[in-house]
Design a protein around this ligand. Structure first.
Ligand code: ADP
Ligand code: MG
Length: 321
């Protein structure tokens, strides 16, 4: 007899992630009962990944499991929150046990590494789609938001930009196998690293923050809109990986860094007087941080090219769509 929905849940999802004392009641009842730490605010985020839209068809199930959780943890990181709990709504064309086992392995490894417990979800038949809700917490009043940037603040990003978009572009052209650089770029596409430690370290320090999921220009644009200001970016300072530079060349790498998506790095702003605190705070977070520009009063995003010329980002040909 084929496994029932309940057997599949019990087998693959019952004990996924970190065991946590604050899970009063987890998977198995009509709802999870969770204890929020006293003096903390709850931070909630949800994102859906659809096959062919948010990951290429044929992506390894373990990578889909990892990414579905990672993109949500990245939202918590951008708020400065500590992750605690996740809910998983999964739609599958067929109850494929091997697929579920690999998916659960990818999801579970990141959940365990990030201290997240899977506390509930839903399993239905339909086109492959994965929707994850994450819940986390932070000291009341300490959330990082998009609205706090002010003229004079520096603009920073974690990690490197454009790697995932570079990989996707190569995969679409039928490249992107074999070479070590290509495999590294594909790992950046399939297995993004949510910058959780960095986000929490920036609480009480950054004036605004966002995670870069739709491309730097688009996401920095959200900070600028929410904060009522503009920015100039230094094209020469965009952090590019050696792999992307080698495979795409400098100019294309910069284009991907500005307009590509799926980076899941943090972009944040900081008042200049506090820049000296940044290095010590970020050192234990395991990712580089680069100052890429400054916030200005005049609306819009401008780009300073390597020759020092400043042009509007749109005029330079950078568009998100
Ligand atoms: P209900 O019909 O009351 O929503 P379900 O039968 O859908 O309950 O689910 C039974 C239990 O299993 C619930 O606790 C639910 O949260 C959990 N669950 C269902 N699907 C998943 C999943 N994909 N991952 C984790 N937990 C799940
Ligand atoms: Mg249900």
């Amino acid at each position: 007899m084929p496994a029932s929905e309940f057997d599949l849940i019990r087998q693959h999802f019952q004990c996924l992630g970190s065991p946590r004392d604050d899970v009063i009641l987890g998977i198995g009842d009509d709802g999870a009962v969770l204890a929020i730490p006293p003096g903390e605010h709850l931070v909630a985020a949800v994102d859906t990944l659809q096959s062919g839209v948010h990951f290429p068809e044929g992506t390894a199930p373990a990578a889909i499991g990892h990414k579905a959780l990672a993109v949500n943890l990245s939202d918590l990181a951008a708020m400065g929150a500590r992750p605690a709990w996740a809910l998983l709504a999964l739609s599958l064309p067929a109850p494929d046990e091997a697929w579920l086992a690999q998916f659960a392995e990818g999801f579970g490894a990141l959940a365990a590494a990030s201290g997240t417990a899977l506390v509930g979800g839903d399993l239905t038949r339909g086109p492959l789609s994965v929707s994850v809700t994450v819940l986390g917490s932070l000291p009341a009043g300490s959330a990082l938001t998009r609205g706090g940037a002010r003229a004079g603040d520096g603009i920073y990003v974690t990690g490197t930009l454009g790697d995932a978009a570079g990989s996707l572009a190569r995969l679409r052209r039928g490249l992107g196998q074999g070479l070590e650089d290509e495999r590294w770029l594909q790992m950046r596409l399939d297995r993004p690293t949510p910058r959780l430690a960095a986000g929490q370290a920036l609480r009480g320090l950054a004036s605004s923050a966002i995670d870069v999921s739709d491309g730097l220009l688009a996401d920095l644009g959200h900070i600028l809109e929410a904060s009522g200001c503009g920015a100039t970016l230094d094209g020469a300072r965009l952090p590019l990986s050696a792999a992307l530079r080698r495979l795409a060349g400098g100019e294309e790498a910069r284009r991907l860094a500005l307009s590509g998506g799926d980076d899941y790095e943090l972009c944040f702003t900081l008042v200049p007087e506090r820049e000296s605190e940044l290095e010590a705070v970020m050192a234990p977070c395991g990712c580089p941080v680069t100052r890429i520009g400054e916030i200005e009063a005049a609306a819009g995003i401008r780009l300073r090219d390597p020759a020092g010329r400043v042009v509007a980002a749109e005029a330079a040909g950078y568009r998100h769509f």
